[in-house]
Design a protein around this ligand. Structure first.
Ligand code: ZN
Length: 247
């Protein structure tokens, strides 16, 4: 009898922690942009899975060096790299990621999302990634979405990811597991994870998070830089305090 995809995914989520070791002989596909979050996820995946593959979405985003930088990091990590062209993103809704005539919101507006928000973007990306994973016979998807994300994009939330996981299983008759290692971490805790994975310097120096396309510490004033640099400061001072107390 076929397993019910809905029940199966509930089970997967409940047992995720205890079961991570069981995945050592399976492959994973990481949604990868070469930024701080997805690079940390890439190395997290390398620790837990046999072979790791990456897919990078190109949609005419403001910071075009992103794709080349992502490819370079994938090469350094020794994982396969695929670019998926998704220009449709710029046609869906006005957003400052792809429309250079829009001035990017530096702060989140009080009652709405910043204009970097593209409705349904993560849903679209995860659906495309699942189709690629299907073709490669991979059932593990890894994405760096986080519910603690400062702007609170709805398709970064845990409830949505669980719901989509069920829908993808039903849509493709597969038992996908979407892993979200950063879901409950603050930016400082994402830095901590990179440190635990032994790639703190690599993430700090090689990744590109800045909306203005500047590697490492970036421009310093776009929302992505502010968030990244604030998290870094918090983590470094936490580490310094721990050192003082001899931990
Ligand atoms: Zn920046």
């Amino acid at each position: 009898m076929k397993r019910n995809p809905f029940l199966c995914i509930l089970g997967n989520h409940i047992k995720n922690k205890e079961k991570m070791n069981d995945f050592a002989n399976e492959d994973a596909l990481v949604l990868f942009s070469g930024g701080q979050d997805s690079t940390t996820c890439l190395y997290w995946a390398k620790k837990h899975f046999r072979d790791v593959h990456t897919v990078c979405f190109f949609y005419g985003q403001r910071h075009s060096p992103e794709v080349e930088n992502a490819q370079r990091i994938a090469e350094m990590a020794g994982v396969s790299f695929q670019v998926l062209d998704t220009p449709i993103i710029s046609q869906l809704a006005p957003n400052s990621l792809t429309d250079l005539s829009l001035e990017m919101d530096e702060e989140k507006p009080a009652n709405s999302y910043p204009n970097t928000f593209v409705p349904g973007r993560n849903m679209l990306f995860l659906t495309c990634a699942a189709a690629i994973a299907y073709a490669k016979n991979i059932r593990h998807l890894v994405t760096g979405v986080s519910q603690t994300d400062y702007s609170g994009y709805p398709d970064c939330r845990d409830t949505f990811i669980r719901s989509l996981n069920v829908s993808l299983n039903l849509a493709m008759e597969r038992q996908f597991v979407i892993h979200t290692p950063l879901m409950w971490r603050t930016k400082a805790q994402v830095w901590q994870l990179a440190d635990e994975l032994g790639v703190f310097d690599l993430v700090r120096n090689e990744t590109l998070t800045c909306y203005n396309g500047i590697k490492a510490e970036g421009c310093g004033h776009c929302p992505a830089c502010k968030l990244r640099n604030k998290g870094l400061e918090e983590y470094l001072s936490f580490k310094e305090k721990n050192k003082k107390f001899g931990n």
